[in-house]
Design a protein around this ligand. Structure first.
Ligand code: NAD
Ligand code: UDP
Length: 319
């Protein structure tokens, strides 16, 4: 049985990846320090013989006994609210955490895939963003703690690949949404859904003309899965190219939820990217991958998921 270590396992993406690799017949070690994650996302895996959980901070030395075939490094705060609250820990998990996991991969001769982000393109001047674009990031701006940590993650991963011949993969993930997100993690999909559920007005930051392109979780997981088993070591974008303005998106959520909330406008956070859309030519050509779930289908699934939670479960999702 192939053995895989997944860091950030109790988080949104990490928990869905645990599910996928369990389904594919892997032995999965989930690792997390629970700083933004929630054990509830993976407790259903605890009774399984091919799953174990390590409560561990990956910025400290990481040890796993026995053989290890693959590592997915997904530990990191991912929402602007989270990483602005814990800026130093964000820098550490992208830098020291990545270094520790690359070291482990080298020791075990394991293939490692690291979770990078569309944020490496910053507030992009090239649109849509292809992998050749170097980005427009302020290293000293508030979002720099996340963006630069991920840029360092990419650099050190390529260095281990080129210098040590390590088998590495880098996925640049564009805004992904799905079940298990925390309703108040500040990201726009759970924020708008939570507001609709509570009967509150939807908060659009700035004038809402900034754009994003939202990818449904199952499509994202499929892209990551294919990348891990490809032989492509350069960074690759995985996301849904269907772009929308945030104002249109708020209107879409109001139509979907059938509620009659208004849109209210709040100040735009500093360095909030004005446009974002992945160029997925490489993913199409190299991985034979493209997203299958439309935004309206995906949003409906996620809204139904949040609606199906009990009041206690909903309250927990708002911690
Ligand atoms: P999340 O906050 O739900 O999950 C992150 C998990 O990492 C949490 O469970 C958290 O407790 C854990 N973690 C953080 N620091 C840790 C540490 N030092 N040691 C051990 N565990 C630690 O976020 P997510 O949306 O699931 O994001 C997962 C990964 O994907 C992140 O690396 C993020 O940068 C990347 N990513 C996500 C998106 C997205 O749209 N969801 C977009 C781009 C990149
Ligand atoms: N946003 C918003 N209202 C909210 C939360 C976010 O208008 O309540 C905006 C935010 O300013 C950004 C976009 O939605 O322009 C996406 O934000 P998110 O935090 O989800 O992702 P990121 O900015 O990291 O792409």
């Amino acid at each position: 049985m192939k053995k895989i270590l997944i860091t950030g396992a109790a988080g949104f993406l990490g928990s869905h990846l645990c599910d996928r690799f369990i389904t594919e017949g892997f032995y999965v070690i989930g690792m997390d320090n629970l700083i933004t994650g929630d054990l509830d996302n993976i407790t259903h895996l605890f009774p399984l013989e091919n799953f174990e959980f390590h409560h561990h901070d990956v910025t400290k030395f990481v040890h796993v006994s026995g053989k290890l075939d693959y590592i997915l490094h997904f530990a990191s705060p991912a929402s602007p609210i989270d990483y602005l609250k814990i800026p130093i820990k964000t820098l550490k998990v992208g830098s020291l955490g990545t270094l520790n996991l690359l070291g482990l991969a080298k020791e075990k001769n394991a293939r490692i895939l690291v979770a990078s982000t569309s944020e490496v393109y910053g507030d992009p001047l090239v649109h849509p963003q292809n992998e050749e674009y170097y980005g427009n990031v302020s290293p000293v701006g508030p979002r720099g703690v996340y963006d630069e940590a991920k840029r360092f993650m990419e650099s050190i991963t390529m260095a281990y690949h080129r210098h040590h011949g390590l088998e590495t993969r880098i996925v640049r993930i564009f805004n992904t949404y799905g079940s298990r997100m925390r309703l108040n993690d500040g990201r726009v999909v759970p924020a708008f859904m939570g507001q609709a559920l509570r009967g509150e007005d939807l908060t659009v930051f700035g004038d809402g003309s900034q754009t994003r392109s939202f990818c449904y979780i199952d499509d994202q997981v499929e892209g990551i899965y294919r990348l891990l088993f490809s032989d492509y070591a350069e960074p690759i974008n995985i996301g849904n190219p269907h772009e929308t303005t945030i104002k249109e998106f708020a209107e879409e959520i109001i139509a979907l939820t059938g509620t009659n909330q208004k849109i209210i406008y709040k100040p735009l956070p500093k360095d909030d990217p004005s446009q974002r859309q992945p160029d997925i030519t490489k993913a199409r050509e190299i991985l034979g991958w493209e997203p299958k779930v439309s935004r309206s289908e995906g949003l409906k699934i996620v809204y139904d998921y949040f609606k199906s939670l009990s009041p206690e479960e909903l309250q927990k999702k708002e911690h």
